[in-house]
Design a protein around this ligand. Sequence first.
Ligand code: ISL
Ligand code: CA
Length: 559
Amino acid sequence: MSKQWWKESVVYQVYPRSFNDSNGDGIGDIKGITEKLDYLQELGIDVVWLSPVYQSPNDDNGYDISDYRDIMSEFGTMEEWEEMLDGMHVRGIKLLMDLVVNHSSDEHTWFLESRKSKDNEYRDYYIWRPGKDGKAPNNWASFFSGSAWQNDEETGEYYLHLFSKKQPDLNWENPKVRSEIHDVVRFWIDKGVDGFRLDAIDVISKTEGLPDAKVVNDDQYQWGGEYFFNGPRMMEFLKELDDEVFSKHDLMTVAETSSADIDRGIALTNEQDGVVNMLFHFEHMDLTSGPGGKWDQKDWELADLKRVMTKWQNDLEGKGWNSLYMENHDQPRSVSVFGNDKEYRVKSAKMLATWLHMMQGTPYIYQGQELGMTNVRFGSIEDYRDVEIHNMYKEQVLEKEVDPVTVMEKIYKKGRDNARTPMQWDASENAGFTTGDPWIKVNPNYKEINAEEALKDPASIFYHYKKLIELRKKHDVIVYGSYKLILEDHSEIYAYTRTLNDETLLVISNFSDKTPLFELPEDIGFSSKELLISNYEVGEEDIKGFKLKPYESRVYRLT
Ligand code: ISL
Ligand code: CA
């Protein structure tokens, strides 16, 4: 397996709106990030993935871009962005920008032109169709509820928007659009960025004719995924982007692909003719969703988590590369879903961190994950800010007359604002995030859970992450070792090994508040053992068989 810096790195995701507000307007900003670079350096991360900071009307918090070459006024200026980048580079931290090019904002000049007339030179930058029998051109549902089509008065035609109606899909079939996108990427490479995260990149190519989705229930709009996920020209478009731009530089690239299966993962990331370095698949995140999507919720099972993670570990080995993540700005807090955010919050957050970081792939930490930040339950829908949450709430409560209490419970479980409450810096008002009114409320638990406390406490989750990152730099086996699941059928313990030459890591995690017995499989032989990290005090124990404490995790290095 080839050695690469991006395999050896740990990435930290910053969601700028919620990270740190430097000027008291209640909105996190670029200067706010620069102020916290020492904090990131202390943690030891190698790369920052910065969610979008481009000019945007913020219908979807920057994922609706109105100018790809300018910084959002609320976030600061290009000079401040350059200072931030310099501040990162001086500290040995690299920067990934978010590339959101499946769609733009409807306030982008391309779209303002495009909507003007059917023969405008920008018309074909977007996907316009006449209506059918006074209705939308097809029955596709948007990711964010309702129809994926919006009728536009100017010309009477509809435009496609897989996300919000302020996020019209760009028409990648048009070579001019693709070359504009290449230019945007070059612009940021010239400014010195080190890579990109490719937003929703598995929906850029739509099936010709945009066929109606299969009708599976009596909803007005239906899921058309089979006609826009992994569309016929997706790999060709990405290959072109790689050939023309990415491959000419030493970049790190990661594809966000909510639909990817193993074959797609290999096609995207293999080192021969792949198009990106690694991908975010969603299979483990989807364990809490039923067939009806994210609002059709169910409980996850450890057996399924083992099956999914193990499949990606084994099947990508030597053929592609994993991103390891349990959180981001679209997902609820991992300690609230996969751990225990009450009595065992600290223990289970450390266990999850260890369990994830010891796998094969590049680990991602989402801001606040290193503090064990938790989900939030705001009392009123008015306290929520996310367009996805509001669209769903309106559809369910106003149109389908579902009981609002039921809908709020769904939001508490999976709403994206769980991850978007302000970063908890200290115990002062608004968690030290802002001196003004925060754009979204702070999680009320900030007095207990915050960075200042964490930095004072050698046993904090923060220092546990720091140690995991340090271990990664010391032991090649953590980066390059091959994975093997052990104790496959155990209902509480998730254990695996990583092996490189004559070194084996033994990673044992208890995913329960019980005290199950760990029994070492007989075929794991060793002459000496070294405990690399744990979340409880561990004595000189015989590891052939021992009882684990609630959410205990340990990593041994066996030689
Ligand atoms: O998180 C989801 C829904 O809750 C996913 O379906 C998500 O919308 C999808 O993975 C694409 O996400 C990305 O693009 C969106 C943006 O809203 C997300 O924040 C971003 O991560 C549109 O740009
Ligand atoms: Ca601000």
